[in-house]
Design a protein around this ligand. Structure first.
Ligand code: PSU
Ligand code: MN
Length: 305
């Protein structure tokens, strides 16, 4: 690729691991800048890196500083993205502008998949992916994350999709796009805060090795595109679907009243749900990301063998 170094900087530790074929796990930064409040955003981001390390892989948190995509942020850079109000939420359409104008950016699932793929990282851990929003038949609000899963060959480990989305329509889109939705030791699609959604995954993953075999089969065949690995929140940390659904409906109604749409919608909903649940949704969010980090590191290890 032409001039890649102009736009991309890989941290030494990550570069060495990639060169040696060691397991590396990509992490996103929208969750830091726009998905969680300060200071839990920074604490969680740093803790997740430690969890990845403790499970035998090298973490690469991805973000944009001064118009450069950083594959592996320093602690100071994570803190900066978590503290500043000047961070652009960067999906595919935002990337060229933020790089050319030398701005700071936090990458979404789509933005992080693009960057990870450019760096040669195949395994990516996050909390939740974007999808088809409820009411999308009117608003047309479908996350660019889904289009990215269609074309970019990175495996995304998430706790399913949040019920701020229309899960049924999200699954239909992923099916059309040829994206396997794989339940990690579950048949049911988890719904982020809750382990249950009433929808099924396409297939059940038994182990990290089983997962790695499927990823290899897909990409060695040249079947381009991502895979969604849905890993349910631990039972002790879940919020029952019926309980959280009521809060979500309240937050959605407020968003509509206030005319909130586009890239602001997901952060608004996350923040309101946290307030409405007295912080309980944030606790659950942190717990599920931790759990995804453990599973993601194990999958990265199996995949690199
Ligand atoms: N879901 C969460 N937390 C998040 C996001 C989603 O529970 O922080 C972020 C991710 O970065 C995801 C993005 O890629 O929101 C989707 O935004 P949108 O719906 O605007 O595409
Ligand atoms: Mn959207």
């Amino acid at each position: 690729m032409k001039n890649l170094e102009k736009y991309l900087e890989i941290k030494a530790e990550v570069k060495e691991a990639l060169a040696a074929g060691k397991p590396v796990v990509a992490l996103e930064s929208t969750i830091i800048a726009h998905g969680m409040p300060y200071p839990q955003n920074i604490e969680t981001a740093l803790e997740i890196e430690d969890i990845i390390r403790a499970n035998g892989a090298v973490p690469a948190t991805i973000g944009i500083i001064d118009g450069k995509i950083k594959i592996g942020l320093t602690k100071e850079e994570v803190e900066f993205l978590g503290e500043s109000d000047e961070i652009v939420k960067v999906s595919r359409r935002d990337l060229p502008v933020v790089l050319a104008e030398k701005k700071h950016g936090a990458t979404t699932v789509a933005g992080t998949m693009i960057a990870a793929d450019l760096a040669g990282i195949k395994i990516f851990v996050t909390g939740g992916v974007g999808g088809v929003h409820r009411g999308a038949e009117k608003s047309f609000d479908v996350s660019a994350d889904l289009e990215e899963l269609k074309k970019t060959s990175v495996a995304v480990i998430a706790a399913g999709a949040k019920s701020i989305l229309d899960l049924g329509l999200t699954l239909e889109k992923l099916e059309s796009f040829g994206v396997p939705v794989l339940g990690y030791q579950t048949e049911e699609l988890p719904a982020f805060y809750s382990r249950h959604s009433g929808f099924n995954c396409d297939y059940k993953l038994e182990s990290p090795e089983h997962t790695a075999d499927i990823l290899k089969a897909k990409w060695e065949l040249g079947l381009e595109g991502g895979v969604l690995i849905a890993n349910p929140v631990p039972e002790a940390d879940e919020i029952e679907y019926s309980v959280i659904n009521e809060k979500i409906e309240q937050a959605l109604a407020e968003a509509e009243e206030q005319g909130i749409s586009g890239k602001k919608l997901t952060p608004f909903l996350l923040d309101r749900i946290k307030e409405i649940t007295d912080g309980q949704s944030l606790e659950t969010n942190i717990a599920l990301v931790r759990n995804n980090a453990v599973v993601g590191a194990k999958i990265a290890k199996a995949f690199s063998n």
